[in-house]
Write a protein that binds this ligand. Structure first.
Ligand code: 3H9
Length: 690
């Protein structure tokens, strides 16, 4: 776990704990032993701590949380480092995150490789740093800057870390040689500076900047107990002695470990990683090289997908039927990049470089040299099958043909080619260049190699790819459709759009279903309903009245010129009441809890069916889809995880009652849900079992 070697008076301790050098008990023990040996060895004048592999230390071992602490504990290790009689230098070879950075902060100096990343991402796990980070980082770089880093949980690169004052040296040549030289020099000078002794950055100006940041964090503080705790502990930097600050931090950390939100976020951390383990796909399955891509359709979706490729450095041909449509598409892409330049997140040179990777062409023949083609035209099976037939003829053997359909049958699309094994669904979410979710739709005959390629492409594009099977709407939209039906039903039964939306935002979503529908445009659902022969009396009546959402200035809400969000509209409320009376429904009021139950239990029920049918491999995959594609609040862990916390028996009983009340049999508990509820079990207890 920790190897040691002495080289010209410097003891180099190398952590070797794959895959990411998490600080498990064995590693802590190895480091404390190395420190003890160094202290006792007269040949040793200083230490260097580094790691093998591409990570320095990814932090505490998250899987150890909640288990009884093993000695030496984190605080014991940190104390041993700081109090080492011989200077200790951290040689940061890669990512130093969480407890990993805290180890480095407790050392007497830090030397980083140019590619290293440093950060305290604990906030993303519902925690705060728990090994002195909240007290040491502010002393090195000022409380305001340190607070921002810890609140956002985003790491900084080595050069930025040096400019901020976290790192002393960025090693342009050999990291270990540079760190060892520095360690020897410190030993010679008798220098052993400790972050805890610094006060020079803790000024009144810093306090003012910190308090200003706290003000803009009000919403997160209210929502997340760890953010409120972070504020309190960082504030202690100004008001309390170092050891008191550390004690306060520890107290909060130990409390937060037991917090349900942190448990949910830790579950999400592992669920997201689990998605890469796809049943039936061996680790050795080779992904095909993708040197060049093509996207068919330069609409909003196609343009967004082209941006994804360009951002990942993959040259892409954007294909349309006419030069005019192409020009519109390219102009929209330029606008997207311009907005990033204005926000300061993209340099003008980088914008030009990325635009240079996107070539617009009219006619499908331009896809000839692509290793992967993503079709993103409108949802019409005849159009899609015709395009796939042509692409099959035009592209080279082995080129992957992907469709971005959000609900059509990928098997049928694949059957339009002579290479169904190369056909797959890549369901991006709008805006495609922003949303992290990618549903990878494995059709009946899609080859393992093509699935592996899609997964590796998804990761290269910065997405979280989740493999799903073919069915109407796949996982996300299939479950969403249940919520949409329930939302419409709530309106006719007596609730109003703002009441439903408020219950959903109070639950933790950023937007309620009706504000969302207004944003997306009501005509999309209208068209789909018509094609399927379905009805939604309120939504249909709004569409007929030309209330198509924000773009029309009115939908479920009205959007006066310049308003940033919708306002209640008495006309809509009258319209809803009229629909209820036409349906002979006596309207009644609903509490927010009841609204949440009626909207979300049917979704959980559909999730159970999806699992039973094997459309999703695991409950975790369903959760990851909802977290990354539909704004499910991460601290609630996803719909299936949430259902387990609510209790499946309660959900099944409520669904029975909803079915009886509405006469809608599809609301009856799915067999899997019923069985688990009767056995007193959870979805989590299924593991790999089905
Ligand atoms: C903390 O430090 C608390 C302290 O303040 C206080 C203590 C008192 N533990 O992401 P990858 C596994 S809280 C256990 O796919 P990458 C991961 O599950 C911690 N396991 O690789 C996966 O396993 P598998 C604060 C961990 O190259 C494998 O490693 N630190 C941990 O894309 C590969 O992971 C963080 O929040 C861990 N800490 O990215 C950092 N980390 O192969 C969390 C990873 O079985 N980690 N695993 O699926 C990361 O951000 C990324 O993993 C990292 C590598 C950037 C390091």
């Amino acid at each position: 776990m920790v190897r040691t070697a002495v080289n010209e008076g410097v003891l180099v301790a190398t952590i070797d704990n794959p895959p990411v050098n998490a600080l498990s008990a064995d590693v802590r023990r190895g480091l404390v032993e190395a420190l003890r040996n160094a202290a006792a060895d007269p040949q040793v004048s200083a230490l260097v701590i580094t790691s093998s592999g591409k990570t320095f230390i990814a932090g505490a071992d998250i899987s150890e949380f909640g288990k009884p602490p093993q000695s030496p504990t984190f605080p014991e290790l940190i104390q041993a480092l700081e109090e080492s009689p011989k200077p200790v230098v951290a040689a940061i070879n890669g990512a130093a995150l969480g407890g990993g950075l805290e180890v480095a902060l407790a050392c007497h100096a830090r030397v980083a490789a140019p590619g290293a990343k440093l950060g305290l991402p604990e906030v993303k796990l519902g925690l705060i740093p728990g090994a002195g980070g909240t007290q040491r980082l502010p002393r090195l770089i000022g409380a305001a800057t340190a607070f921002r880093m810890m609140r956002d949980g985003e790491p900084v690169g080595a050069a930025a870390a040096r400019d901020l004052g976290i790192v002393d040296i960025v090693a342009d040549s050999d990291l270990l040689v540079t760190a060892s030289m520095h360690a020897r020099e410190m030993a010679r000078n008798g220098s052993r500076p400790a972050a805890r002794d610094r006060r020079d950055r803790i000024t009144e100006e810093d306090r003012a900047a910190f308090e200003a940041l706290v003000k803009e964090t009000a919403r997160q503080m209210k929502e997340m107990p760890n953010v409120a705790a972070l504020v309190e502990t960082v504030r202690a930097v100004f008001d309390r002695a170092f050891d008191d600050g550390v004690a306060l931090e520890r107290e909060h950390f130990l409390r937060l470990i037991e917090d349900d939100r942190s448990k949910a976020l830790r579950y999400v951390f592992f669920a997201e990683r689990e998605t890469s383990r796809v049943p039936g796909l061996s680790k050795d399955t080779q992904a095909r090289p993708l040197r060049r891509a093509a996207v068919v359709g330069a609409g909003t979706m196609g343009g967004g997908i082209a941006i994804c490729f360009a951002n990942a450095g993959i040259p892409v041909t954007l294909i349309e039927t006419s030069e005019e449509a192409l020009a519109r598409g390219i102009a929209r892409i330029e606008q997207t990049y311009d907005a990033s330049v204005r926000r300061g997140t993209l340099s003008p040179e980088e914008k030009q470089r990325r635009l240079g990777l996107i070539a617009g062409r009219a006619g499908l023949e331009a896809a000839a040299d692509a290793d992967i083609v993503v079709e993103a035209v409108f949802e019409d099976m005849a159009v899609k099958t015709s395009i796939f037939g042509d692409l099959d003829r035009i592209t080279a053997p082995g080129a992957i043909l992907a469709t971005n359909t959000s609900y059509l049958d990928v098997n049928e699309i694949a059957a339009a080619t002579r290479r169904p094994e190369d056909v797959i669904g890549l369901h991006f979410f709008s805006p495609a260049n922003v949303m992290r979710l990618l549903e990878v739709v494995r059709a009946e005959r899609t080859s393992s190699e093509v699935v592996a390629t899609a997964l590796s492409l998804g990761r290269a594009l910065g997405k979280i790819p989740v493999v799903v099977g073919v069915c109407f709407g796949f996982v996300g939209n299939r479950m969403l459709s249940k919520r949409t039906v329930a939302a419409e039903r709530l309106l006719t039964a007596g609730a109003l759009p703002h009441e439903v939306d408020a219950a959903v935002t109070d639950f933790g979503f950023r937007m309620g279903p009706f504000a969302m529908a207004d944003l997306a445009g009501l005509d999309i659902g209208w068209r789909t309903r018509k094609s399927l022969g379905q009805k939604a009396p309120v939504a249909d009546a709004l569409c007929e009245a030309n209330r198509l959402g924000q773009k029309a200035g009115k939908g479920y809400y009205v959007y006066p010129e310049g308003a940033r969000s919708g306002e209640r509209d008495p006309e809509v409320e009258r319209l809803i009441e009229k629909v209820s009376s036409e349906l002979g429904i006596k309207r009644r009021s609903f509490t927010p809890d009841e609204i949440v139950e009626r909207l979300l239990y049917p979704m959980v029920n559909e999730g159970a069916r999806i699992l039973d049918e094997g459309i999703a491999a695991r409950t975790g995959d369903i959760d990851v889809i909802w977290l990354n594609g539909y704004g499910w609040p991460a601290w609630r862990g996803g719909p299936m995880y949430w259902a387990d916390q609510v209790g499946l028996a309660k959900i099944a009983d409520r669904l029975e009652a909803f079915a009886a009340e509405t006469g809608d049999d599809s609301l009856r508990p799915a067999p899997l849900l019923r069985r688990l509820a009767d056995e007193g079990r959870t979805f989590a207890s299924l593991g790999g079992e089905r």
